[in-house]
Ligand binder design. Structure first.
Ligand code: ADP
Ligand code: ADP
Length: 207
């Protein structure tokens, strides 16, 4: 199965992808995580990503597509994937169709997590991460275990998240008609407990 988890920054895409990937038996592919990994390695490409990410701007399509091509060629992604934070532009959506078609695959569903801007700012500014496992927490809604050292992403400030939300409205939301035309879009209310949202996604997918 090839599933896209779609929605604004902080909607819960990563959190929910982690919770449903085992049942679907496919890996989670997060372009944001891949870019942060490149940045940690200190490669020239990683430094380039960082400039865009800290400004809350989208990384240019050509760079993102290079990453995706390489990722989809790995054996664990041979039977499907959950795409988290990708595609974010029409060009990325079209390129993904082509990449999948070359593997005799196509997108099966696009789940849109609807979350209003006020909640997004609250979620993103309270987001914390375990630097070792990558596990994502929230200071109030999903607190890390006592004693665990967690870090905050540099782009998770109120100012940058507002900019990212603008990018979502201007460039990413317009991707939806591409999938609506194919009848693939399932809207899910992203406000509620983590379990409630997981259940809504499962039922939207007919699981
Ligand atoms: P969030 O969903 O919280 O916004 P991500 O980790 O998905 O976080 O993305 C963080 C940043 O990485 C984005 O603001 C953007 O700069 C960059 N990025 C991630 N994925 C893409 C993509 N598919 N296209 C362009 N830029 C991307
Ligand atoms: P995305 O991948 O869409 O950017 P995340 O999954 O990283 O979003 O979630 C953003 C923040 O919101 C994290 O701190 C996460 O713990 C928290 N979060 C995720 N789902 C919910 C929810 N249903 N209710 C409250 N907070 C949530």
């Amino acid at each position: 199965m090839d599933l896209i988890l779609f929605g604004p920054p902080g909607a819960g895409k990563g959190t929910q992808a982690t919770r449903i990937k085992e049942a679907l038996e496919v890996p989670q592919i997060s372009t944001g995580d891949m870019m942060r990994a490149a940045r940690r390695e200190g490669t020239p490409l990683g430094k380039k990503f960082d400039e865009y990410m800290q400004a809350g701007k989208l990384v240019p399509d050509s760079m993102v597509l290079e990453l995706m091509k390489e990722r989809l060629s790995k054996p664990d992604a041979a039977k499907g994937a959950i795409f988290d934070g990708f595609p974010r532009t029409k060009a990325q959506a079209e390129a993904l169709d082509e990449l999948l078609a070359a593997m005799d695959r196509k997108i099966d569903a696009v789940v849109v997590l609807d979350v209003p801007l006020e909640d997004i700012v609250d979620r993103v500014t309270g987001r914390r991460q375990d630097p070792t496992s990558g596990q994502v927490y929230h200071v109030r809604y999903n607190p890390p275990p006592a004693g665990l050292e967690v870090i905050q992403r540099k782009d998770d400030t109120e100012e940058v998240v507002r900019k990212r939300f603008e990018e979502y409205e201007a460039n990413t939301k317009p991707v939806l008609p591409h999938y609506e035309a194919k009848g693939l879009v399932k809207r899910v209310d992203g406000v509620g407990s983590l379990d409630e949202v997981t259940e809504r996604i499962r039922s939207a997918l007919g699981e």
